[in-house]
Design a protein around this ligand. Structure first.
Ligand code: AMP
Ligand code: MG
Length: 350
């Protein structure tokens, strides 16, 4: 299959590209598109064959449900049985935006889209290109992240091209995704709303609108311990670079000392990469790759660079990766959730 690659400037959208993308979706094809979190791999959410194509293109296990993207709030009533008052409050505050909510589905949503479940995950993204694209596609776009299963999620059009060239009909490139981590997922089918995946909309932000929320213990308990998460996708080894990765946790001086010692004593055949905040990058000369993750106090810079950093480790054929810890106040939980998975739960305290 030849994949069409188009660039769309969010500031002055070429509607002919959006219309072409929409007609591909309506006729059962697949289009990757930008959102404020990561690039999505879109298909018609109400067409079971489109969802099957998404699983095939990604190499994704078919028990891992897709998120249905909408472009106006009211269309949610076409696909879910009920929206609770609390869910409505969250939608009023954080939609459009990086928040996914799970509800009981109506029969119109095929089981192929929900990985066999009777529930459906719904998101209304804020990215202007995503909104126009969903509208042009008929209003219901099923989309997981547009990476091959197991690879880091794409945050640039070129990442999507690396993984999906020849596997899907079209890619819309609108530059860097500004958040760079997947949406927060909140389940409204449990007694108390429960966070299944941490994201930009953090616990404090949810508490300020709906009070206490539960957290999936398998995801939030001891993040290093694994467990059986309620969001099927959280159990897979995601986000992983090919090299072996270690997170080095502790006082900054100790972290720098540990990593620089490893660089000094590296074997001639070993390629070492380091993920560090801007303040520390100059400490790691001698490493084969030093990725500047951004200022330690600029959380959004760090979150938006994480997946690019993991992909660059593969591009530069790094076999051993050390990352500093980025346990920042607001986005830290979401960043560390992905980083810990990328490292296969490999953390050392120094
Ligand atoms: P991705 O689109 O790659 O970010 O993956 C979507 C995430 O949403 C996966 O972790 C899924 O397991 C989760 N998800 C989607 N639908 C549901 C659902 N109905 N119930 C629980 N988790 C879901
Ligand atoms: Mg994904």
């Amino acid at each position: 299959m030849k994949t069409i690659y188009e660039t769309v400037d969010p500031g002055s959208m070429d509607m002919s590209v959006i219309d072409k993308a929409g007609s591909i979706i309506r006729s059962g094809g697949l289009v990757a598109f930008p959102t404020e979190t990561v690039y999505g791999l879109g298909g018609d959410a109400l067409n079971p064959e489109s969802s099957e194509k998404i699983y095939r293109a990604k190499g994704r296990p078919s028990d891992n449900p897709l998120i249905v993207h909408i472009s106006d709030f009211d269309s949610i009533y076409d696909i879910v049985r009920d929206v609770s008052a609390e869910a409505k409050l969250l939608a009023d505050r954080y939609w459009p935006g990086p928040l996914t909510m799970i509800f009981d589905k109506k029969p119109v949503v095929p089981k192929e889209t929900t990985g066999g479940l009777d529930t459906v995950a719904v998101r209304f993204p804020s990215h202007p290109v995503a909104q126009k694209f969903i509208e042009a596609s008929g209003g219901f776009v099923a989309a997981p992240s547009a990476n091959l299963s197991g690879r880091p999620s794409p945050t640039y059009g070129r990442h999507v091209l690396e993984d999906m060239d020849g596997r899907i009909d079209m890619i819309i490139d609108s530059g860097e995704c500004n958040i760079g981590l997947e949406s927060t997922i909140v389940d409204f089918t449990s007694e108390v709303p429960m966070i299944l995946r941490p994201g930009y909309v953090n616990e404090k932000m949810l508490n300020s609108v709906i009070g206490e929320v539960a957290k999936d213990p398998a995801v939030f308990g001891n993040m290093a311990s694994g467990g059986h998460p309620k969001a099927p996708g959280m159990k897979y080894r995601h986000y992983a670079p090919k090299g072996s990765m270690t997170i080095v946790s502790g006082k900054t001086d100790n972290v720098i000392e540990y990593i620089t010692n490893r660089i000094k004593s590296k074997r001639p055949d070993e390629r070492i990469g380091v993920l560090a905040c801007s303040q520390n990058v100059s400490q790691y000369t001698g490493a084969d790759m030093i990725f500047d993750m951004g200022c330690a106090d600029n959380e959004i810079e760090i979150s938006s660079r994480l997946y690019d950093a993991l992909r660059e480790c593969d591009e530069k054929k790094i076999d051993v990766i050390y990352s500093e810890e980025f346990d920042t106040p607001d986005l830290g939980l979401a960043i560390m959730n992905r980083l810990i998975k990328a490292a296969g739960h490999n953390i050392i305290n120094v």
